[in-house]
Design a protein around this ligand. Sequence first.
Ligand code: AHR
Length: 501
Amino acid sequence: MATIHIDTATRQGRISPEIYGHFSEHLGRCVYEGIFVRPDSGIPNENGMRRDVVEALREIRVPVLRWPGGCFADEYHWRDGIGPRESRKRMVNTNWGGVVEDNSFGTHEYFELCRQLGCKTYVNGNVGSGTVREMSEWVEYMTFGGVSPLAELRAQNGHPEPWRVDYFGVGNENWGCGGNMTPEYYADLYRRYQTYVRQYDPAAPIAKICGGPNVDDDNWTRRVLQTCYARPHPPEDFHGFMDGLSLHYYVHPGGWDHKGSATDFSPEEYYATMKKALWMEELIKLHGGILDQYDPEKRIGLMVDEWGAWYDVEPGTHPGFLYQQNTMRDALVAAVTLNIFNRHCDRVKLACIAQMVNVLQSVLLTEGPRMVRTPTWYVFHMYRRHQGAQLLDARVEGAGTADGGLPALHASASLDETAGAVTVTAANLSLTQAQDVTVQLGGAFVDRGQGALLTGDVHSRNTFDEPDMVREEKLDVMGVGPLVKVRLPACSVASVRLELA
Ligand code: AHR
């Protein structure tokens, strides 16, 4: 019998909604087909955006969307993607399959998508192969509301009003596909490029995100911060040249060269995957610890703007398109990762699962006019009420370990102060043992409890022929008062909403 002790008296900080963010790159069938379709495609759409996809994404309250890459960002030249579609440049997508990129989805289309989703914007600039001027003019094009050549060009292209850019990434993976730079070289470039990311509207500041480390490369973090956190003549509120430092971490169960199948895996591979997913916590502590030395007030966010499980592509699909299926294993990866982000919400201010549709650990898969919600989609749905809530301490006791030495139960909890309700999310990582769980509330009483459950064989998944093999069910929440009880089957994710008396 396991207990989750929740301390309702101590708020541990606000869970930034942007922790539940997404990433969409010009890669494979993510943007094209997955989100954006041609008017003559026969697929219902609004201004090119698939209605089914937008509706499913609105249900999980997508808070922010990062675009256009990824590696693609450092070869993207934004002027190619504006103006009449028929005269936009056709280019080769060198990073992803060498296919033709016709630039029919560009800046205007991205902001239209975010409008339909009702989400914040995160645009990633090009440092690897673009100039300072190009980046600076893109920012002017997007955000300047006065009289200027770029604002005029935007108006000529149909959008007189400036848009709001909430986050701007200055390069992507500049240690790798973004230019193979040393940390020292990138740090100098970062200082220079970010200078020209102008804040045209003081009421709508752009948060600048500095390119961060690959996985556990703490040398990159240290060296970049040494240069970019400098305080030459700091005004009172000056906190370096950045608002966020990015971190990328993908779970490859067998390592980069042996990622393995997304659907056909052994229990050992499952446990190896979960062990790697849990390692996210150590990475946050590692890079967060370095950030603490510069920024103990935690004003700079650690932005985990690419995360997820990365397996071999589905057999028979284009190797450069990174299309993979999604099983209950992925639901558990998402559940523990989101619990970890919640628990570190003092430092993790934004995160983007990679990627939103049809690429890597997607929440949605499409095939022609058909769409399925993956098990990962359901986890985002079950966790949506953590967005903007106050983190509570949730201590798991007595759950023991699952095979492979993993903690059997993994949880986080938050308080929605407006609704007077606690949300508890938990994952049972064992493939064989159910858990009877008592949720014990210190200092509060439950008036009413409701729950949702996602469970099934670890290999189960949703396909276009069987789209509802894995889906959210009702979870019985027993009892009221200072404690409630739930039963979590092996290999399951649960979400419990407790309305307080
Ligand atoms: O998400 C796929 C790729 O992974 C991104 O383009 C890149 O940033 C990372 O290496």
